[in-house]
Design a protein around this ligand. Structure first.
Ligand code: ZN
Length: 188
């Protein structure tokens, strides 16, 4: 019985050849599909998607700190002058505000923030931001994001003045105001 497997090269040669023939059209199909995908990628950009963050490894594009707490993480997709799409990640929503106010790297195509509770990415336009001194975000900006107004109100502990949005923060020259005001009013 054992000899069947060792001295049967002539028997297997034919099926191998057939299999090889079968592979050739498959490879062609694969090549054609791959080429089509590459061409379409050149002609049309991929849809925008939140950036990849390696928590504990990725560096904040503004302050350089390691992004480790995803509850406060933020990110954006930048288009350079050469038309290249580049992701930027941040450890604090306030860092993204500050970066955006000063960056000259390109045009920002999309901003994302993490839902504080679910850790899911939200397009910043869909998020309700909460700006409160009590929110201990990594760089002390006191910012966190919620996916709904109800969740934001819970996060704000009923303080309606704490609810804000990204456009408002961008207009604000001092995104650190939540903490800076407190520090200024109580010099130690
Ligand atoms: Zn930062």
């Amino acid at each position: 019985m054992r000899s069947n497997s060792t001295n049967a090269p002539h028997d297997t040669a034919v099926p191998d050849a057939r299999r090889e023939k079968g592979i050739i059209p498959f490879s062609w199909a694969f090549l054609v599909i791959t080429s089509a995908l590459v061409l379409s990628a050149c002609n049309r950009q991929q849809p925008l998607a939140p950036p990849e963050v390696q928590y504990g490894q990725s560096e904040c594009a503004d302050c350089g700190m390691i992004v480790s707490d995803q509850r406060y993480a933020a990110g954006l997709i930048l288009e350079t002058a050469q038309g290249e799409r580049v992701p930027r990640v941040f450890d604090d929503i306030g860092c993204m505000v500050k970066y955006e106010q000063h960056q000259k790297d390109g045009k920002v195509l999309a901003h994302y923030v993490k839902d504080y509770q679910t850790n899911q990415w939200l397009a910043v336009e869909q998020a309700v931001l909460v700006h409160r001194q009590q929110i201990q975000s990594p760089m002390g900006y006191g910012l966190a994001a919620a996916g709904s107004r109800e969740d934001a109100q819970k996060l704000a502990a009923g303080d309606a003045n704490a609810l804000t949005d990204f456009a408002t923060l961008l207009r604000d020259d001092k995104p650190k105001a939540a903490n800076a005001d407190a520090a200024a009013s109580t010099p130690q």
